[in-house]
Design a protein around this ligand. Structure first.
Ligand SMILES: [Zn+2]
Length: 153
């Protein structure tokens, strides 16, 4: 299956699904491909961005610059969440006391004033976390706290 970006004579852009590019050419030749917005059968294949960059055509610097910008944004988007997570985990590790598998018990003690309030971290089963939440005790869960600890310590 091939997905093609298509454009009608009026400039409407839409996606077309074909068995192959040859299939599109054949259907288009017989005017079977029509614009879904206006019914125009004069359909051309829109040049996609990767195609522009592969062509090596330097006559359109604005287009190329835009592509570069996209690539940078994508890289930032990929890196940022992980960095934020690690920074957060680092802060949690430095500001909390590790209570291991006593986490649920210690969190409960603090909640009911039986223990000095302080940041704690540790492990809790999903059942324990659920029970804490039902008692109104807020718990921040890290799905991979063990592997983060390994990286940071
Ligand atoms: Zn159209």
């Amino acid at each position: 299956m091939k997905v093609l970006d298509l454009q009608c004579a009026l400039g409407h852009v839409f996606e077309g699904w074909f068995a192959s590019e040859a299939d599109f050419v054949d259907q288009n030749h017989r005017s079977l491909v029509q614009c879904p917005l206006c019914g125009d059968p004069s359909i051309v294949k829109k040049l996609s961005a990767p195609r522009l960059s592969l062509s090596g055509n330097r006559s359109n610097p604005v287009e190329r610059e835009d592509e570069g910008q996209d690539a940078v944004n994508m890289a930032i988007n990929k890196i940022e969440p992980a960095d934020a997570l690690i920074a957060m985990a680092r802060r949690i590790l430095s500001e909390t006391t590790d209570v291991g598998d006593q986490f649920a018990e210690e969190a409960r003690k603090m909640h009911y004033g039986e223990r000095k309030m302080q940041g704690i971290r540790g492990t809790a089963t999903p059942d324990e976390t659920h029970a804490l939440a039902e008692e109104g005790i807020e718990v921040l869960s890290f799905p991979s706290s063990q592997s983060l600890k390994g990286t940071l310590q």
